[in-house]
Design a protein around this ligand. Structure first.
Ligand code: SAH
Length: 399
């Protein structure tokens, strides 16, 4: 790799040798903290971090890494902006700010998705579509979200607009699909709020069926724009395989999948269980989960739209019996309400999947302090190469 000398202008002296980064905007973006670290070293670092936080609870097995760690993200998001001298640009927010850093390509993202975003940028220029200005509320195009089915190759494009009308909608769709015939559906999502959330409530399908399907663990899944779907499909299979191994299902168990998203874990293990029950807060995701049970002809799965803590408390109060409980909460982790209900229900095995080892450590401390549950084993899985994030799957049972 090319070596480059860097100089500090202020001091007017050499500050040392630095290798040129694999990504020209990595310093501004901050999305991949480990961009210039060899992959083996990244894995070692994540292993050490997981051990530091978690080894007081039990054994941390070696991290499961990727064979080919680049371009793994199946969901790609770009924010649009107008910049003096550059015109319409698309990229990412600079770390901890609302400044947009223009991006041409990204090491993490699916390459086709990246190309589609560049085409939207060019088409926006020729259709004279203005980028939305967050301060004034003027302009139209705010964000573009692209989702790619890893196995099926189906592609969804979501145009997030500040108001519902896209001028020359038909021509825009035709031109975009001509450039990228792989696109299977296009939606408009309207977000007119001053918010850091990408997607707004209202949605309109302007091409195709309005969702994509993908395959994971031998099952087929319908994925809507607003539903959560793991961004790294290859590693998700490794993660779920480890979770299923920890669950030790025999075909008779009653299983809960809490924070279930579109039902991927529940449906992946339904064939090895008596009954699976999924709970999820997001309405669209629950709708997808119900459809996914049908698509895969799975009859022993039920899905509920509710807060996971409230739902589990209701189950505990009703005296419901659960053999194995999976939980896969967002980065903020689970809640005391949820963990108290878990203790009351007392499943034989708990499989906790976490995308934030710090909240996992907090929840394990609470759970092990208040009950006889102990960690049997943990395995980190590298779901997010080049970034500082680590996923951990953890098996607990009672002493
Ligand atoms: N297990 C799924 C989803 C994990 S992501 C998968 O592997 O794909 C976490 C999920 O928790 C998201 O779908 C999010 O919508 C949901 N969620 C967030 N807060 C919740 C809450 N309080 N109760 C239930 N679900 C919640």
């Amino acid at each position: 790799m090319e070596k480059k000398r860097t100089f500090s202008r202020e001091a007017g002296r050499e500050t040392g040798e630095r290798r040129q980064s694999l990504c020209p905007v990595s310093k501004k973006c901050g999305g991949c903290q480990y961009v210039d670290m060899p992959y083996e070293e990244q894995l070692k670092k994540k292993q050490r971090q997981a051990e530091l936080l978690l080894k007081e609870f039990g054994k941390v097995r070696p991290i499961i890494g990727m064979e080919q760690p680049a371009h793994y993200r199946n969901k790609v998001h770009a924010v649009f902006d107008f910049q003096k001298g550059k015109g319409i640009v698309s990229g990412i927010y600079q770390e901890k700010s609302h400044r947009v850093v223009p991006v041409q390509s990204c090491l993490l993202e699916d390459q086709k998705a990246g190309e589609i975003i560049l085409s939207v940028r060019e088409l926006a220029k020729s259709f004279k579509i203005k980028a939305y200005n967050e301060d004034s509320g003027y302009g139209l195009l705010r964000h573009v979200l692209v989702r790619v089915g890893h196995v099926t190759g189906e592609i969804m494009v979501v145009l997030v607009l500040g108001s519902p009308i896209l001028p020359s909608k038909k021509n825009f769709v035709n031109e975009l699909c001509k450039l990228h015939p792989e696109i299977t559906t296009i939606l408009i999502n309207v977000n007119n709020k001053r918010t850091s959330m990408v997607l707004g409530e209202k949605e309109q399908v302007i091409y195709g069926k309005g969702y994509i399907e993908d395959e994971l663990c031998g099952r087929r899944f319908k994925i809507s724009a607003k539903s959560f779907y793991q961004v790294n499909s290859v590693q998700t299979e490794a993660l779920y395989a480890k979770a299923a191994e920890y669950a030790q299902l025999t075909g008779r168990e009653t299983v809960v999948d809490a924070y279930c998203g579109i039902g991927t874990i529940a449906l992946a293990v339904a064939g090895q269980a008596g009954k699976v029950i999924g709970v999820e807060l997001n309405r669209d995701a629950v709708r997808d989960a119900v459809a996914n049970a049908r698509i895969n002809q799975i009859k022993n799965a039920d899905f509920y739209q509710n807060d996971a803590g409230r739902f589990l408390t209701q189950m505990a109060d009703a005296g419901e019996q659960v053999d194995v409980l999976f939980l896969d909460p967002p980065r903020s982790g689970s809640t005391e309400e949820f963990l108290d209900a878990l203790i009351q229900i007392s499943p034989k095995r708990v499989v906790y999947i976490s995308c934030e080892p710090e909240t996992l450590a907090r929840d394990l401390k609470y759970l092990t302090g208040k009950s006889r549950y102990r960690v049997r084993e943990m395995t980190p899985v590298d779901m997010f190469p080049y970034t500082g994030n680590t996923e951990v799957v953890c098996l607990l049972s009672k002493t």
